[in-house]
Design a protein around this ligand. Structure first.
Ligand code: UDP
Length: 420
């Protein structure tokens, strides 16, 4: 697993640390549990061991490239060539081959592709977000041309592409000409043991919230694309008095946006209702989800949207924008509402409906939990493993008989037979 710009072990809720970090770590863990040996490869960004065993069958490998300190995502591009070379040196030194290389995000796609070509093994890719889509959403700064070029090249050359939703698959085909035969739509997973409905009153007490008060929750990386401004305006429109909005996520690097949102809340007269909680450790989030009446995901775009699924796993209804992966996770009128217009009024309208109607919330809550069973990590890892097998088999049928031998199918079938 190549994740060049951000470590799968980094604390979550920062500007760059969110769904992708969770995805790489959880998928790798689950593959490890199925019997695959997985290395998560990232850039060395601190005084940390170069190779570290994380759990059985799972290591993190930190490749020195550029300063051994955190650097902006944009600056990493300048070190990717070095990253690719050092990565190759590492594999040569270790004498460790891989049967497949799976790269995450466009910045890993290039060095990951180089490694796969050097090892003559298939290259699988997951983009997580697409530059072209961000540009079309037109709310963040223009994504660099180099990103779009790189994504197109990676998408066309990759042996296998995981898309988190059917929508992402369409976009890859439409914008980048990716071959549909090599794409597999496999949703992200959720840890259903961690994300469970907890006692609401206990959770509220832990967070200093009154038992009967209406509470809305937003969770994520604090960036413009997430549409928190829409939510604050919607809050100001609510007739329901005393609604608290908890905003979880956003480290120091998001301080400019936080200040902007704070100003917006002051101007709208709801500053006293908004609590900025900062980043919260992933395993404490069930307390937040369970304490809230509704989780709101007002993003301009979301390729999957783990937060919505985590909230539903905790039995919390979701009001989300009708974009990207959210369309395939939130069930309209059953587990939440999908809002097609990215403006405050329709969000406020649906929030009122849910806040005024405890019975409806209870129905949504029950449906929400059962609707996310399909995202259990084990199911997801098995689908990804099957995709690896296909890519390996395709390559074997095209090239030398021994390439990529010994990986995948046997372990996968054994796990299926053992019911793991
Ligand atoms: N997250 C967290 N703590 C925070 C904020 C976010 O653990 O303070 C996690 C959250 O639980 C979710 C991920 O970060 O798993 C965000 O993923 P999502 O797919 O919603 O958004 P992305 O980061 O991919 O844009």
């Amino acid at each position: 697993m190549v994740s060049a710009h951000t470590s799968p072990l980094a604390p979550l809720g920062g500007r760059e640390t969110g769904g992708m970090n969770v995805y790489v770590l959880e998928l790798s863990r689950e593959l490890g549990a199925l019997g695959y040996e997985v290395d998560m490869i990232t850039r060395l960004d601190g005084d940390l061991p170069l190779v570290q065993q994380v759990e059985r069958n799972l290591r993190i490998v930190r490749i020195p490239a550029g300063p051994a300190a955190p650097i902006e995502k944009e600056a990493i591009a300048g070190h990717l060539g070095e990253f690719a070379d050092e990565l190759q040196r590492f594999t040569a030194r270790e004498g460790r081959g891989y049967d497949i290389v799976h790269s995450h995000y466009w910045q890993s796609g290039r060095p990951g592709g180089v490694l796969a070509r050097r090892l003559r093994v298939p290259h699988a890719v997951m983009f997580h977000t697409l530059g072209e889509v961000k540009n079309r959403a037109r709310i963040s700064e223009e994504e660099p041309k180099d990103r779009i070029r790189a994504e197109r090249g990676i998408a066309r050359r990759a042996d296998a592409i995981v898309t988190a939703s059917p929508h992402e698959r369409q976009l890859l085909e439409m914008y980048y000409g990716a071959d549909p035969a090599r794409m597999r739509t496999i949703p992200c997973g959720v840890d259903l043991n961690l994300f469970q409905p907890l006692n609401r009153d206990d959770c509220r007490e832990k967070l200093g919230l009154a038992p009967g008060a209406p509470v809305l929750l937003w969770v994520g990386r604090l960036e413009k694309l997430k549409g928190v401004d829409i939510l604050i305006s919607a809050l100001a429109e609510l007739e329901e008095p005393g609604v608290t909005l908890l905003i979880v996520g956003g480290d120091d690097r998001a301080s400019a946006l936080r200040a902007e949102l704070q100003r917006q809340a002051e101007e709208a007269g709801v500053a006293a209702n908004v609590r900025f909680e900062g980043p919260v450790a992933h395993d404490r989030l069930p307390i937040y989800y369970s304490a809230a009446d509704v989780c709101v995901v007002p993003s301009y775009y979301e390729s999957f949207g783990l937060v919505a699924v985590e909230a539903m796993a905790c039995g919390t209804p979701v009001v989300a924008s009708r974009v990207g992966g959210l369309v395939s996770t939130v069930v309209e009128g059953v587990t939440g509402y999908l809002i097609p217009w990215l403006c405050p009024e329709p969000f406020a309208e649906k929030l009122e409906v849910l806040l005024h109607n405890p019975e409806l919330r209870a129905n949504f809550s029950r449906a929400a939990r059962s609707s996310v069973e399909r995202f259990r990590w084990r199911n997801i890892a098995l689908q990804v493993a099957a995709m690896y097998d296909e890519a390996i088999a395709r390559r074997r049928s095209r090239s030398r008989p021994n390439e990529g031998a010994g990986f995948g199918k046997e372990a996968y079938e054994a796990a299926v037979l053992a019911g793991r």
